[in-house]
Design a protein around this ligand. Structure first.
Ligand SMILES: Cc1ncc(COP(=O)(O)O)c(C=O)c1O
Length: 566
């Protein structure tokens, strides 16, 4: 529309239009259109996505960005709701990523059961705010009940414990958060505060701040220990909590990417000797982001107990495995944790975004109580007094309903499918000459890389010099980076990539392909197709698959990095 075009009468921002837009669909026609689209979204989600969205459309991001440079907010409405929805379906959805595709096996975000969209819509329609009873009422008590159910899944305390705490207004078994990051921050927030009981005129770290807390407790340094596979949210926690992210100390892992207990014990001993350093927490990982590995939780729990250290388990990914009788034992030891993170939008298959954090001690969250005169007054029973977030949606309603619809067995079936399909994928990778399995799956995550035959041969040559090895490593990194990028850009299927030491003794971190299988529709045949596609791409990169005896020739054959930037 140009400046001189008259404004259509139904697209004017006045009280009449506002009234119409705010309380109901504009007219019968729009109503029909809306119902049609909502029906498509609510009941035909899988068909809808499969028809409208590939894994992703092959448009470069820079080109897409050119279409999104208009910074004007129109004075009057531009479109009716039905037209806006039409635009989203026609223009946004095809260019988004179809995470629901069974060929999308690269990240922790995947298909969700179709009913989740209904539940999310209901949560939005109710628009309850869990910060406060005054804006949530029954949802607040429902939240406490769901928290107790999850606590029981983790800690399995006697029923009398849950009877005493499920609706206890003075205690709190856990919290719903915005995701795993805020859950981890909350856990370390509590752990940090527990390090600083009141002393020598000092009240609390919350009130007096970190410098005063350190001074009152004769400390120079607070640290958190976690394996080098720890999620970067822990570093954020270090920064936010004044611990310093360099004091989130990475501990080396063993060949299975689990924290090296000998190194951890040695580090604890060394740090304990330094009287002015305190270990605020040790974090065990139950489902590492890159490899899916699970730390030796029972041994870590024992070590923490011995030294009186807060033991946090980051089970953002692996937590729901507890619902599978078949694989629950993989998480043995989690019940010893002082706090546990579990994400809802990962293996509870909930839509973005929700997480949870649990505490063994129902009084632990008293460490981070905040009040405000207009909502969470002193003596308030609102969970909002203990959450990092202020306003929060009713995620508990979605989880509770999903548990009712699926049952723990329903979730277990999905979890078991993920683990077993990933094991199958590992076998397929091992059976193909051009691939090397890098990390064997414990859960439903594995890593591997393409190693063209002749490069592989040269890598294992007995007289390989260091510089030659470095050069071959760089070639393999290029191949795998390009392989992943080309497959992603082709848009038919998707695996992600990361960097890992291929062998524990390596100094170099090689580029590896990472697969996360959680879509129940990802089948044996699909996995073959994904590997076939990768082999076909490798053939187009066959400049690497030659006998390269001469370093200079090899140098010429490494593609220009700029050319392949993703
Ligand atoms: C082990 C682990 N912890 C924490 C997080 C952070 O979770 P979120 O992305 O929900 O903040 C992730 C996310 O991938 C994770 O894998």
């Amino acid at each position: 529309m140009t400046q001189t075009d008259p404004i259509p009468t139904d697209l004017i921002a006045d009280w009449h239009t506002l009234h119409r837009v705010f309380i109901r669909p504009e007219d019968e026609n729009s109503r029909q259109t809306l119902v049609k689209y909502m029906e498509q979204i609510l009941f035909g989600l899988h068909d809808f996505l499969n028809t409208h969205v590939g894994v992703t459309q092959a448009i470069p991001l820079a080109k897409l960005a050119q279409s999104y440079t208009d910074t004007t907010i129109n004075l009057h409405p531009e479109k009716k709701l039905a037209d806006v929805i039409k635009d989203i379906i026609n223009e946004i959805a095809p260019r988004a990523v179809n995470v629901a595709s069974p060929y999308f096996i690269g990240h922790m975000t995947s298909a969700i059961p179709f009913f989740m969209v209904h539940l999310k819509a209901i949560a939005a329609a109710l628009n309850q705010n869990l910060i406060k009873l005054e804006t949530s009422k029954v949802l607040s008590v429902l939240e406490k009940q769901v928290l107790a159910k999850m606590h029981r899944m983790i800690y399995d305390k006697p029923l009398t414990f849950y009877d005493a705490h499920v609706q206890n207004v003075d205690t709190c078994l856990g919290l719903f958060t915005n995701g795993g990051t805020t859950a981890n921050i909350t856990a370390l927030w509590v752990a940090r505060n527990l390090c600083f009981p009141c002393a020598k005129g000092f009240t609390s770290v919350e009130e007096n701040g970190m410098p005063a807390a350190m001074k009152a407790h004769d400390l120079d340094r607070l640290v958190v220990l976690v394996s080098e596979r720890g999620h970067f949210s822990l570093q954020k926690a270090g920064g936010i909590l004044g611990i310093g992210n360099k004091n989130i100390i990475p501990v080396e892992v063993d060949a299975d990417h689990r924290i090296d207990m000998i190194k951890l014990e040695q580090l604890v001993q060394d740090l304990s000797r330094t009287k002015r350093t305190k270990i605020a927490a040790i974090v065990g990982i139950a489902g590492a982001t890159e490899t899916g590995s699970i730390d030796p939780l029972p041994q870590m729990a024992l070590l923490c107990k011995k030294h009186g250290i807060h033991f946090h388990v980051d089970a953002a990914w692996g937590g729901p495995v507890l619902l599978s009788e078949k694989y629950r034992s993989l998480l043995a030891g989690i019940q010893e944790a002082d706090s546990v993170t579990i994400d809802c939008h990962k293996q509870f298959y909930m839509p973005m975004s929700a997480g949870m954090v649990y505490f063994k001690d129902p009084g632990a969250l008293d460490q981070i109580v905040y009040h405000a005169g207009y909502v969470n007054r002193k003596g308030s029973v609102d969970l909002g007094i203990k959450t990092l977030e202020g306003s929060r949606e009713a995620s508990s309603l979605i989880l509770d309903s999903a548990l009712k619809i699926m049952g723990s067995r329903g979730y277990a079936l999905m979890i078991e499918h993920g683990i077993e399909t990933t094991r199958l994928f590992a076998r397929k990778i091992t059976a193909r000459e051009k691939f090397q399995l890098v990390t064997d799956p414990v859960l439903n995550i594995l890593t591997y890389r393409a190693v063209p035959k002749k490069l592989g041969r040269q890598l294992t040559a007995p007289d390989l010099s260091l510089s030659r090895r470095q050069h071959l490593d760089a070639c393999l990194d290029d191949i795998n980076t390009n392989l992943q990028r080309i497959q992603r850009e082709a848009g038919k299927s998707f695996v992600s990539r990361t960097c890992l030491k291929i062998c524990p003794a390596d100094t170099h971190k090689g580029v590896v392909l990472r697969s996360v299988i959680m879509n129940p529709y990802t089948t044996d045949k699909i996995l073959d197709q994904i590997l076939d596609e990768q082999e076909a791409i490798l053939d187009t990169l066959d400049i690497f698959d030659q006998d390269v005896e001469d370093q200079e020739i090899l140098d010429q054959k490494v593609p220009d990095q700029e050319q392949y930037k993703s």
